[in-house]
Design a protein around this ligand. Structure first.
Ligand code: NI
Length: 190
């Protein structure tokens, strides 16, 4: 089932998410729904808070950008309770990012290019991997969501100023989007 994507301004995107437990209700179904939602909105990564669940769960499929990054051919990951160690000694790279929760905006973000990740997959098998390059960026972006951080928090102050009105419009629900969304509507005052 395709789920609505929660938009910038919604408080669910700003919470620190809880670890996933094996008995989380309908976990398999949620993972399938996240995949379907991500593919239908042309994303390459989606985090559970973006569909309204504050749990530490991410889905990534970067196969679609394998024309630019051949090493990503066929690469997809379900990350349950990921733990990142960013290699602070690795070089930093600046590239443009976007986010399904921030439609109509894309901005440069500087990130380290190497990290180590420990995670569990959907079959509760544990993985330990060294990752570098573009996938390391996608993983950092998605795992930020689990800590209530959005990539726009990481753009330069000057750029942040320049996109302020776009962000405010998203909060007010003044945004056009090709996929189903759920915005934050403040309560009516009488
Ligand atoms: Ni995002």
């Amino acid at each position: 089932m395709i789920l609505p994507i929660y938009l910038y301004g919604h408080p669910v995107l700003r919470k620190v998410s809880e670890p996933v437990t094996k008995d989380y209700p309908k976990l398999k179904e949620l993972i399938e729904d996240m995949k379907e939602t991500m593919y239908s909105s042309d994303g390459i990564g989606i985090a559970a808070p973006q569909v309204g669940h504050n749990i530490r769960l991410v889905y990534i499929d970067v196969d679609v950008i394998a024309d630019r990054f051949p090493e990503l051919k066929g690469r997809k990951m379900v990350l349950i309770n990921p733990e990142l160690t960013i290699d602070e000694d690795s070089k930093t790279v600046t590239r443009e990012e976007g986010c399904l929760s921030v439609p109509g905006v894309s901005e440069n973000v500087t990130r380290h290019e190497k990290l180590h990740i420990k995670y569990t997959d959907e079959n509760w098998e544990t993985h330990d991997e060294d990752i570098e390059g573009y996938l390391a960026r996608v993983i950092q972006h998605e795992c930020d969501h689990l800590d209530g951080i959005l990539y726009v928090d990481r753009v330069s102050p000057i750029r942040k100023q320049l996109i302020r009105s776009k962000l405010n419009n998203i909060v007010k629900g003044k945004v056009r989007c090709s996929y189903r969304t759920k915005g934050f509507k403040p309560a009516h005052k009488h």
